[in-house]
Design a binder for this molecule. Structure first.
Ligand code: SAM
Length: 348
């Protein structure tokens, strides 16, 4: 086992994935000892994407979900969740506002809600693409069949976010009911990629029962799968879930993992997530400074934002909201970055 962050960083750059002990070491050394790792991650991002930060307008289309993931605030068993779903008109209105504000990617995310069957969702996707042909549409609506993914792609969807959550079967089984399997999640990811989507996987940092070895497996999966996007954010408990008493994941670990992922896969589109901004004030700026290059402000109608509560105290105000884009622009400029109004596709 190597106990030198500099040497480990250089080895990661040359393709090595640290083992569990090495990862534990990197994630827990004092901040001043990881400046080399951070610097190398920022250099890697600079070489591909420069100082541009891409913005995605997040539209939370439904908080109905047929699944019962133990960590998630919109799980089926949460009777306290105040359920809603947006209409096609609501979604088009969000896109209109977002387009005027400068967004060129719309991310439609939601629970696995049977209402959004292939016909309805394909119709919404194709209408958005007709109205805004210069925009990318990203979907994040969970596990579906190959045929369903294909139909949505043919309707115009460009990208799909589906975090793998954890790349270890035993850990997956501790986070999900037995009907949900890692095997199917991975099948979905490979289907998406083979169809031609820019595909995003990812995981929560500090989810219950997660070990350093589990994270090593996540990193190995990312290296092998080569996703166009990776979503990493800290786990944050939700008061109405079985995991309500588990602690939040570490912001420090999340930031260092963002740097490591950037080095493993330099071209990846890497968001500084809402969960990171929720866990720590300025968390998203720190994420950008650690190697991230995407931010996803919320375009959902204000009336439903508080209902899409995946975890306690999810940010719904301030820079998180798309209407405060100017604040976000300013906060990025203050750290030496700038927000652009282009689609921000993966660079091949
Ligand atoms: N249903 C879709 C899916 O399964 O991909 C998209 C919605 S799902 C709520 C989006 C992501 O939220 C999940 O992939 C999960 O990683 C994250 N999430 C859910 N509960 C969370 C929590 N308590 N803390 C942090 N992230 C959470």
């Amino acid at each position: 086992m190597m106990k030198d962050v500099r040497l480990l960083t250089d080895r990661i750059i040359s393709g090595y994935i640290p083992d569990g002990e090495e990862l534990e070491f990197i994630l827990n050394v004092p901040d001043e000892d990881v400046t080399y790792l951070t610097r190398k991650a920022v250099e890697a991002r600079m070489a591909v994407y420069g100082k541009e930060v891409f913005i995605r307008g997040l539209i939370e289309i439904s908080n109905y979900c047929k699944n019962d993931c133990l960590y998630c605030g919109i799980r089926r068993s949460n009777c306290n969740a105040d359920r809603y779903r947006l209409t096609k008109e609501d979604i088009l209105e969000c896109c209109k506002e977002g387009y005027e504000a400068g967004f060129r990617t719309f991310v439609m995310q939601g629970g696995e809600d049977g209402h959004f069957n292939d016909d309805r969702l394909a119709d919404i996707v194709s209408t958005v693409k007709e109205k805004y042909p210069d925009c990318a549409v990203t979907l994040s609506v969970g596990e579906r069949s190959f045929e369903s993914y294909k139909m949505l792609f043919d309707a115009g969807a460009d990208r799909y976010l589906l975090r793998h959550e954890t790349a270890t079967d035993e850990h997956y089984a501790k986070l999900h009911p037995s009907i949900l399997t890692l095997e199917n999640r991975i099948r979905c990811l490979y289907d998406l990629k083979s169809i031609g989507y820019q595909t995003g996987c990812g995981f929560m940092v500090g989810s219950p029962y997660q070990t350093y070895e589990n994270i090593v497996e996540d990193l190995r999966f990312i290296k092998e799968f080569k996703p166009e996007m990776v979503g990493i954010g800290p786990f944050i408990p939700h008061k109405d879930t079985p995991f309500k008493n588990f602690p939040s994941g570490s912001v420090t670990h999340t930031l260092r993992l963002l740097s490591i992922v950037r080095l493993i896969h330099p071209k990846v589109l890497l968001p500084a997530t809402t969960a990171l901004g929720t866990a720590k004030k300025g968390g998203r700026e720190n994420g950008i400074l650690a190697g991230a290059n995407v931010i996803m402000p919320n375009l959902s109608p204000v009336s439903v934002r508080k209902k899409y509560m995946l975890y306690n105290d999810k940010l719904t105000t301030d820079e998180e909201a798309a209407e405060n884009l100017n604040m976000l622009k300013k906060s990025m400029e203050e750290i030496g970055y700038f927000i652009t109004a282009n689609r921000g596709d993966f660079k091949k």
